[in-house]
Design a protein around this ligand. Structure first.
Ligand code: 5HM
Length: 332
């Protein structure tokens, strides 16, 4: 066997990684003062990367943040204004109080760069169009100079993302120097597979498998109780996984990002009849509408109308995450 295990969905991979590191850690580490249990050289494949959302009651994934982070990357942004609105903890990684560096993969992947004025993403997609079997469609993330400042609080954990177009399907492989198995693994896999699916739509090909290779996969000691709760969860919640629509374009993302900005700053209220986009993207905007109500009206429950716009799996996650903000009838 020269390849790692293949899991059907992200949830299957997540539970296997957490279980293995929890039960049989290879090392106990304290890098930068953080105690962790670790396995090295961890690799696996997810057969269906569209199944990227874990429906685990004990994990209560923040699906609004997951979408915001993927869109923040795709928009080539590095600002705290957008991303820390969904995850305040990220402020702690910023040195200037305004931007992120290592954690902000977007500018490195999606913004124009020398010498041809194209982004890495544009270059690899062009390459895949002209030489579909290429082994060169790799985008680098961590930069050599990131270790020059010994006090740098935010060094990129991802080394590279690679696309391979094989038998008409777009595979993606992520290479990471380190990955937090409970927190980072979920968000990183969500965002990278979202980028993979978007790239497949731009190329007009099917989505292939997603490979994940990590030097240090670890569980921080502080997260052990949460990992125990996740591993003890008995009920498997199953919801349909919805694919990104064919024909999705950069213009669609611009519309979603425009709505995200207006809802984040509470300048607008979303209603689906005002957006000429596929249901998939209207439902993503509805997540930001629900989040608008949660953050800007802390004393009121989210409206049933807004919750009704969410697809069942996302609605379930929102109900798990913010149970005290649900209308009385749907409180779990
Ligand atoms: O000391 P170090 O720079 O490796 O700390 C960063 C921590 O954030 C590690 O636990 C790393 O695995 C995690 N991380 C992650 O899992 C960080 C980033 C940001 O690049 C990420 N995933 N995307």
């Amino acid at each position: 066997m020269i390849t790692g295990p293949v899991f059907a969905t992200f949830t299957d991979a997540y539970l296997a990684v957490l279980g293995e590191i929890y039960q049989r850690p290879s090392y106990s580490t304290s890098a930068r003062g953080k105690t962790a249990t670790e396995a090295i050289n961890v690799s696996f494949t997810i057969a269906n990367p569209v199944a990227r959302t874990p429906y685990l009651a004990a994990r209560r994934a923040n699906v609004v943040f997951n979408h915001a982070e993927a869109l923040w990357y795709l928009a080539g942004r590095d600002d705290l204004d957008m991303i820390a609105h969904y995850a305040r903890r990220l402020r702690g990684l910023s040195t200037d109080g305004k931007t992120l560096t290592g954690t902000a993969y977007g500018p490195r992947l999606f913004n124009p760069s020398a010498p041809d004025g194209l982004s890495q993403f544009d270059r690899v997609l062009n390459l895949l169009r002209t030489d579909p079997d290429t082994k060169r469609a790799a985008m680098l993330v961590m930069r050599p100079d990131e270790l020059a400042d010994a006090g740098n609080p935010d060094v990129a954990c991802t080394l590279a993302l690679q696309f391979m177009l094989r038998a008409g399907r777009l595979h993606m492989t992520a290479y990471m120097r380190g990955n937090d198995a409970m927190v980072g693994l979920l968000g990183d896999t969500f965002a990278f597979t979202f980028i993979q699916e978007f790239a497949a739509r731009l190329l007009g090909v099917d989505v292939g498998a997603y490979g994940h290779h990590v030097g240090s996969m670890h569980i921080n000691a502080l997260n052990i109780p949460a990992v125990e709760r996740i591993l003890a969860e008995q009920t498997v919640h199953v919801f349909p996984h919805t694919a990104m629509p064919a024909g999705t374009s950069w213009a669609d993302l611009d519309t979603v990002l425009d709505w995200e900005q207006r809802l984040r700053s509470n300048q607008d209220t979303f209603s689906p009849d005002r957006v000429d986009l596929d249901l998939y993207w209207r439902e993503v905007i509805a997540l930001f509408e629900v989040h608008r109500q949660i953050t800007h009206y802390p004393d009121q429950p989210v409206t049933a109308d807004a919750l009704d716009l969410l697809r069942p799996g996302h609605r379930w996650l929102v109900e798990q995450r913010w149970p005290d903000r649900m209308p009385a009838a749907v409180s779990p």
